[in-house]
Design a protein. Structure first.
Length: 241
């Protein structure tokens, strides 16, 4: 099921796509030359984890509020694009996402009949290098593009609240903050469309799929791998130097 945040960003992307012909009309008769000195991009989107690892599966089985859809949240990113030739460019990117959810044990309550809850927060950053292929050339009014790349994905996982100690027969409840962090390595693929507004300013919308994971450690030692993969829908502005 698509969340409200995803629907909102899809709607925003749709509005941008619909508006592109109007923006392009303003530039009709003017050729947009290649961005010889490069371009900066800023984008805002929505990222949803894939949740395909032992940690995610165990969490969804034991707790409420632990579906991957519950961790969807806003993402923010910056890119620098360095043209290599008329259609191919090198892209340096950085981004950040943080999702959180409140989880409760499915089959247990405390001595007062209350749910036993804790908050889970997952933050994922990225530093990547990729290639962009413009499918139409820089003088087109509407410019679809494809991209691939890879790099490092620093992450941090925290669970803070009340937990059950299943060691003693009495199963006491205790409060704690559990943490783990690391750096995963992975790759991505993307597809998007860009439309120039002026000679130096463009709008764009894109979808990106990321594949990355890392081993859990510290307070989560023995919980297996943490899947950092996910899909992102984003829209933003690009300005050339």
């Amino acid at each position: 099921m698509i969340s409200r945040q995803t629907r909102a960003f899809i709607a925003l992307t749709g509005l941008l796509v619909v508006a592109m012909p109007a923006f392009a009309q303003r530039g009709r008769g003017h050729r947009y030359e290649p961005e010889r000195e490069g371009a900066f991009r800023i984008h805002l989107g929505a990222f949803q984890p894939e949740g395909d690892s032992e940690y995610w599966r165990d969490k969804q089985e034991d707790f409420t509020g632990a579906a991957v859809e519950d961790f969807e949240n806003a993402s923010f990113g910056l890119d620098y694009i360095l043209p290599l030739n008329g259609r191919l460019s090198l892209m340096f990117s950085g981004s950040y996402y943080e999702g959180d959810s409140t989880n409760a044990y499915r089959d247990f309550e405390d001595n007062f009949g209350n749910r036993i809850r804790h908050d889970t927060t997952l933050g994922i950053a990225s530093g990547t290098i990729g290639l962009l292929l413009n499918l139409t050339g820089r003088d087109a009014a509407i410019q679809p593009y494809l991209g691939v790349g890879g790099g490092a994905y620093p992450w941090r996982l925290e669970e803070s609240g009340d937990f059950i100690d299943f060691g003693p027969a009495s199963r006491p409840v205790f409060s704690a903050t559990l943490e783990s962090e690391g750096v995963g390595f992975g790759y991505y693929g993307l597809a998007g469309v860009e439309a120039p507004i002026t000679r130096n300013l463009s709008i764009f919308a894109e979808g990106r799929w990321t594949q990355a994971d890392d081993d859990l450690s510290d307070d989560f030692e023995g919980f297996g791998k943490l899947d950092l993969s996910g899909r992102e829908f984003a829209a933003g502005l690009s300005w050339s130097l």
